[in-house]
Design a protein around this ligand. Structure first.
Ligand code: WT7
Length: 658
């Protein structure tokens, strides 16, 4: 990595009393939650959320694993994120400081946000959208993305945000699965100094025989030319600008679906994880308050995630806005126009809380600490990490060079499915252990199980992380597939345990260390990728007969995608002439087209055989050994034990690309 020689001596960081004195989280919360978990959550729900109608029952778990929280309660998520702050006299408070990649800026107060959300809600209704209709949102990181999500929430239309880096194919699958009636997109966004188009992907995604989509609303961001379908497309400005500035926020049932968000699983088909209103909003607001320690009157909060991922949903939109926080929204990448851009922004806005991913921290380490050292980062007081385990070395660098040796770091473990943070230290309370997410937050219960499903607490023994009690922001299911929900999460260790898919261990102090996925899911730069999905993208190419994909450990991205492909002998197509590097390039681009550039394999190796068991299952473990350049492990269960020699001998046909 870099030239840093941060001490590897084991040291922990006790809470600073001055920080503790003002912290939202307290040690007492653990005891209160343990004594009466439902009472604890009910109190959080009533303290942090404004209910149009109070709930009668906190939890109904009688239909487990299908949970209902805050039953009988009614609320409007947009009202909670916007209107009530204006009603409380905080309309002039900045909700969003927007910084576009080209350097354009906008300041959006809560009063502005209220007006924009009302107008957008009226506009959507004027287009025929109503409660229960699903909406796809495919946007860059601009304030309208937040407005669009809240406008949907306001009228009870569940949104399905699709990350702007996904391809037309991926967008098409997601739109069809959720049967979206409307798409909100933009002409394009800015990426590394250039306008990059979005609308053409929507056009391609809808260019299929049947679609449920009736209208496409297009936000003008880059001003680039777009193809237009008069009967379907409308400019956001043409419908939102003339719309009325007031809109009544009708309350929805606590269990009304708020959003769907697709995530990769162990099969080729992404899962539509869906969340409902009351429980999700409660835990998003609660965790943003006690884990990020947001003080809305004084903090300047910045979560660097994209709204296309769950982190953006919970910690850009719903959590911080429900709490009335002021935040920075940044459109671009960390290295445009220069590698100090983030630090420049922290200095410019006086950012106090920074929530980012380990892959970013490792990238900054590689670029060198002299870059952040050129900026004044003294406003920072809390640092967060999310998406993958943060290695102790990156943790210590983050603390020293970004946090000025004073900021607590919260390493937050959670998932799209959990909706909000589950395992994390509390700043001001927990003695910090670099590299560990440490303990479930108050109200959450986790255990580690062995292969037989027995809980254990011995230190350094590796097992499976499970959650043992329902929590308010838990997924309510997989959209349209209740059986898959039960199978995926509640069957591996029986119906008592939510199986997260992560390996974990305790250390001698009882801290939980997350050890990565135990299923065929990879974690690349904190993004979840399915081996099966990339394999099916590869075999959809005419030259590929068979493909196996593994996640190989990578210094920068955590894991990197490595693909092994067997070519077809009988092909007869225009790609026929390609070989070696040209073919590898073609295959990588093909994956980008099928899924998105983030799914491009780092390495593609052309092989003549794949290692399989007698029952035909690909032994990814052995391929991982090859991909990580290790001695190959036990091959005794292979149907043909010579295959690994063939693979090793034949390598060199493929190529690496950054
Ligand atoms: C998977 C969930 C949570 C929002 C971003 C990713 C891994 C996440 C941590 C962490 C170790 C982590 C897990 C988890 N993960 N945070 N702090 N330490 N691993 O959401 O795409 O749903 O992925 O990310 O493997 O299962 P996601």
């Amino acid at each position: 990595m870099s030239e840093e020689s941060l001490s590897h001596d084991h040291h922990t960081f006790p809470a600073d009393p001055a920080f503790a004195a003002q912290a939202n989280g307290t040690a007492e919360m653990y005891a209160a939650a343990e004594a009466d978990p439902e009472g604890f959550w009910a109190a959080q729900a009533r303290e942090r959320i404004t209910w149009a109608k109070d709930f009668e029952t906190t939890l109904d778990w009688s239909g487990a694993p299908f949970a209902k929280w805050f039953i009988g309660g009614e609320l409007n998520a947009a009202y909670n994120c916007v209107d009530r702050h204006v009603e409380n006299g905080n309309g002039d408070r900045v909700a969003i400081h927007f910084e576009g990649e080209p350097g354009d800026t906008r300041t959006v107060t809560y009063a502005d946000l209220h007006r924009e959300v009302c107008k957008a809600a009226n506009a959507l209704e004027s287009l025929g959208l109503g409660k229960g209709d699903t909406v796809a949102i495919y946007l860059p990181m601009i304030p309208e993305a937040v407005v669009a999500m809240l406008a949907c929430a306001r009228i009870g239309a569940p949104h399905s945000v699709v990350f702007g880096g996904f391809s037309a194919e991926a967008l098409n699958t997601r739109i069809n699965d959720a049967q979206c009636k409307l798409v909100i997109t933009a002409d394009g966004g800015y990426r590394r100094g250039n306008p990059s188009a979005l609308k053409p992907a929507v056009d391609a995604a809808l260019d299929h025989a049947q679609t449920t989509v009736e209208k496409v609303v297009v936000i003008r961001r880059t001003g680039q030319d777009v193809a237009w379908n008069d009967s379907r497309d409308v400019w956001w400005d043409d419908v939102v600008a003339p719309a009325a500035e007031t809109h009544e926020a009708v309350a929805h049932d606590s269990e009304h679906p708020l959003f769907i968000l697709y995530t990769s699983g162990t099969t080729g088909k992404p899962k539509g994880i869906f969340h409902t209103t009351g429980g999700y909003l409660t835990q998003a607001a609660y965790t943003n308050a006690i884990v990020h320690d947001v003080h809305p009157e004084t903090d300047l909060y910045w979560c660097t995630a994209d709204i296309g991922w769950v982190t953006g949903h919970s910690y850009i939109v719903y959590g911080p806005l429900a709490n009335g926080a002021t935040q920075l929204l940044y459109e671009g990448t960390p290295d445009t126009p220069h590698q100090g851009r983030w630090w420049e922004l922290i200095q410019k806005y006086g950012v106090t809380i920074l929530y980012t991913a380990p892959t970013a921290v490792r990238t900054f380490m590689k670029w060198g600490h002299d870059i952040p050292e050129k900026f004044d980062l003294s406003s920072l007081r809390v640092l967060g990490s999310v998406g993958e385990p943060i290695n102790p070395e990156a943790w210590l660098w983050y603390r020293k060079y970004i946090g000025g040796d004073r900021c607590p770091i919260v390493d937050t473990w959670w998932q799209t499915e959990t909706g909000a943070i589950m395992i994390s230290p509390l700043p001001g309370v927990t003695t910090l252990e670099p590299g560990s997410a440490q303990k479930p937050i108050p109200g959450v219960n986790a255990q580690i199980l062995d292969d037989e499903g027995k809980p254990f607490t011995e230190a350094e023994r590796v097992g499976y992380l499970v959650l043992t009690k329902p929590w308010p922001s838990m997924l309510r299911g997989i959209w349209g597939d209740p059986e898959r929900y039960r199978q995926t999460y509640w069957s591996r260790f029986g119906p008592e345990y939510y199986f997260a898919g992560d390996g974990a261990k305790y250390d001698k102090d009882g801290n939980i260390w997350l050890l990565g996925r135990v299923d065929d899911v990879m974690n690349v730069s904190g993004h979840r990728m399915s081996t099966a999905e990339i394999e099916s993208a590869l075999v959809s190419h005419p030259r590929v007969a068979e493909a196996a994909v593994v996640g190989a450990s990578d210094e920068m991205t955590g894991q990197a995608i490595v693909a092994f492909v067997i070519l077809r002998m009988d092909h007869d197509d225009e790609a026929e002439h390609l070989d070696g590097d040209a073919l590898v390039k073609e295959l990588r681009n093909h994956v980008a087209k099928e899924i998105g550039p983030i799914a491009k394999p780092r390495t593609i190796m052309v092989v003549s055989e794949l290692p399989k068991t007698r029952s035909g299952k690909i032994m990814r473990r052995l391929l991982k050994d090859v991909a990580e350049g290790r001695e190959i492990g036990d091959v005794t269960t292979l149907a043909d034990s010579s295959v690994m020699n063939l693979i090793k001998d034949g390598l060199g046909a493929g190529g690496d690309e950054g």
